[in-house]
Design a protein around this ligand. Structure first.
Ligand code: HEC
Length: 637
């Protein structure tokens, strides 16, 4: 049988034969008129309302239609999104904000707030009847929207309710640590949550026929939520193998969809087979992150038009052909950097090379993760082989000229450079955090680390009050930096600093809890012995008008933990294992309490610089013996 997810999407698409199953009639208003006018030109508007979707999904659908030629101003199209969310919305009652509950269930703000309050006090709701019992909520209104509610647990379709899988059709994990800002936050995840953590289990493993190069085996996985294939929609897992092979796996069914062997140029006399300098494929990244940084964009996105806040790039014709400038809903590219240092644009549909390989970094560099933002590829070479440097390649330019900055020292971190929301490139180089201009890599600013150390991390960038904040780590210290003036006037005064026990490593993760509005930052830390490593959690707090980092909890028992990943109040942490086997832990993001552990089900160590991917109810990572592990919540396949 098809996966429940795929089935849902396919039904939505081909439901013309089946009558719409929705309860209430849409209210007549201006946005309804817009909907009928703008969405009725290519197919009957009813075609689009045969399934309920979340606001995020409606936004993606509308953006997909814009990519296919749907017309309308941004305001009109956003009106259509709001209209569809209101009339044909879907909401996870156990996860949604009061705002979304009010919007989708037609409740007053007070009624929605009462539901959130009750949820906080009594725990999650089992079903619609439990929600209807919340004092102050009009049960009649809820009854009218019964089928709009899901509850974030495994619910058999036969029980008359929609499984949560139906919420998660499209989400991507387009780059290492989730995307350009290296936030490690699966924002649109609607299935993995505190109340479903108990259902997590090992879903499958798959051993790939890759050949290791020293410690280099497989790249951290990427996920494409919605590959359009001739057999319907597929959720696709992508990994790069050190032997210059890219693997595409059906993420639901654990079948190889395609493999692509890169036609790399043989390199004479180039080092590349030691631990520090393993050589082999250097990284993969896919488009879909270029638009917004992560997952769905916040507004209407038009093909070839950059997100707001950017100078319009000159998009060369072949970039459009390559699909980089495309919108959602159409297959795009995965770009792989081969052992010869060239960037290979591959079609997500079948792995075929699109155009020519483009020279990017020196052969056998120690680049372990590439970043893609605003049509531009970024990478940092790490110590061990060749020059310490930051590289940029504007794929949308005609010249495809590589810009290179040789850094002032060793580059730190497992996830390469991080890119700010305005395109600024941040890297930890030697004793400094450097900020470089987008595409041209001119040094804009720097922060001199007050307590220089031999360990460091890939920086993290997040928005706070409309402004980018940069988080950096070195040795046992974590620094909070203002993107407007890194380290203030003397370049060495952070907004805030905090200490961890042990040495920071890899890369951060961060998220904002929508319920408490707290901003959290998680730091992987190596300990003095093999079990004292773990994750240190902080919140960002404003005290007397100043931002501070407040330590909240520390978990232990991990060896060289990888950069963690966040989804809905869960922290996914991977002990990479060193000489032992890797172990996955799922922790409560607010308390650090362990909710799940893979115990001894992982039978190999992971690369110390590897990463996790989370999308659509599943979490993925790989071990050094070329095995892919998928944990998650089982759904019907
Ligand atoms: C320029 C033509 C065009 C316009 C205008 C258009 N669509 Fe579509 N739509 C298509 C095509 C072609 C398909 C089928 C191919 C596919 O599924 O990608 C489709 C399929 C769909 C589907 C089923 C596939 C899916 O994503 O689940 C939905 C829903 C949908 N459209 C919604 C809308 C909405 C909402 C609007 C108004 C904003 C709209 N369409 C306007 C061309 C259009």
């Amino acid at each position: 049988m098809q996966s429940a997810r795929a089935l849902c999407v396919v039904l939505a698409c081909f439901a013309a034969a089946a009558p719409p199953v929705l309860a209430q009639q849409p209210a007549a208003d201006a946005s309804k008129a817009n909907f009928e006018r703008l969405c009725g030109t290519c197919h009957e508007p009813e075609r689009s309302t045969s399934s309920r979707r979340t606001r995020e999904q409606w936004l993606q659908t509308v953006n997909g239609m814009v990519a296919r030629g749907a017309e309308g101003t941004d305001a009109e199209l956003m009106g259509v999104v709001e209209y569809l969310t209101r009339e044909y919305g879907r909401v996870n009652v156990n996860l949604a904000s009061a705002e979304d509950l009010a919007r989708v269930l037609g409740l007053t703000p007070a009624e929605a707030a009462a539901i959130v309050q009750a949820r906080r006090e009594r725990g999650t709701f089992e079903d619609a009847a439990a929600v209807a019992r919340v004092p102050g909520v009009d049960a009649g209104k809820l009854a009218a929207r019964n089928d709009a509610m899901v509850f974030g647990s495994r619910v058999a379709p036969s029980a008359g309710r929609v499984p949560v899988a139906a919420l998660t059709a499209y989400n991507n994990w387009p780059g290492v640590n989730g995307g350009p800002q290296r936030e490690g936050w699966a924002r649109p995840e609607a299935m993995l949550a505190r109340n479903t953590a108990a259902a997590i289990q090992l879903l499958y493993t798959r051993k790939l026929d890759n050949r290791n190069r020293g410690t280099n085996a497989l790249t951290p996985p990427l996920v494409l939520g919605n590959l359009i294939s001739y057999r319907g929609f597929k959720e696709m897992l992508l990994l790069g193998g050190s032997a210059d092979v890219v693997y595409s796996i059906d993420a639901a069914l654990n079948r190889v969809l395609w493999t692509a062997k890169l036609p790399v140029q043989p390199q004479a006399g180039v080092a590349g087979n030691s631990d520090t300098c393993p050589g082999g494929l250097m990284g993969i990244v896919m488009n879909g992150s270029a638009a917004s940084g992560f997952g769905a964009p916040a507004g209407i996105r038009r093909p070839g038009v950059p997100p707001p806040g950017f100078a319009p790039p000159v998009v060369s014709k072949d970039a459009v052909v390559m699909g980089l400038a495309g919108g959602f809903g159409r297959n795009g590219l995965v770009v792989a950097v081969g052992s010869d240092g060239r960037a290979y644009p591959l079609s997500q549909s079948n792995g075929a090379l699109v155009g020519q390989p483009i020279p990017f970094v020196p052969a056998s560099s120690n680049v372990r993760s590439v970043n893609l933002f605003d049509y531009t590829l970024y990478a940092t070479n790490r110590p061990g082989c060749g020059e310490d440097a930051v590289y940029a390649l504007d794929l949308a330019s005609d010249s495809k000229a590589v810009v290179k900055v040789t850094s002032a020292g060793r580059i730190h971190g497992s996830a390469g450079p991080a890119i700010g929301n305005d395109g600024t490139v941040y890297a930890h180089a030697g004793d400094r955090i450097i900020a470089l201009t987008a595409k041209t890599l001119k040094e804009r600013d720097h922060f001199s680390i007050p307590a220089p150390a031999s360990t460091g991390m890939t920086p993290l960038v997040f928005q706070h009050n409309g402004k980018d904040i940069v988080v950096a780590g070195a040795g046992s210290e974590v620094y909070l930096l203002d993107s407007g003036a890194l380290g203030g006037q003397d370049h060495s005064t952070p907004f805030a600093r905090a200490r961890v026990e042990g040495a920071v490593r890899a890369a951060f993760a961060g998220w904002e809890d929508p319920e408490t509005r707290s901003r959290w930052i998680y730091v992987p830390v190596s300990g003095a012995d093999s079990t004292s490593g773990g994750i240190a959690a902080f919140t960002l707090e404003e005290r007397d008008g100043r931002l501070t980092l407040v330590p909240r909890w520390t978990s232990r028992g991990m060896v060289a933990p990888a950069a963690p990943v966040i989804a809905n109040g869960l922290v996914f942490a991977l002990s990479t294992g060193g000489k032992n086997n890797a172990k996955l832990s799922v922790l409560d993001a607010a308390s650090g309490k362990e909710l799940f552990t893979s115990r001894d089900s992982v039978t190999g160590a992971a690369n110390a610089d590897t990463g996790l991917a989370v999308a659509n109810g599943q979490v993925y990572f790989s071990t050094q013996d070329n095995t892919v592990y998928c944990f998650g919540i089982p759904t019907e396949h």
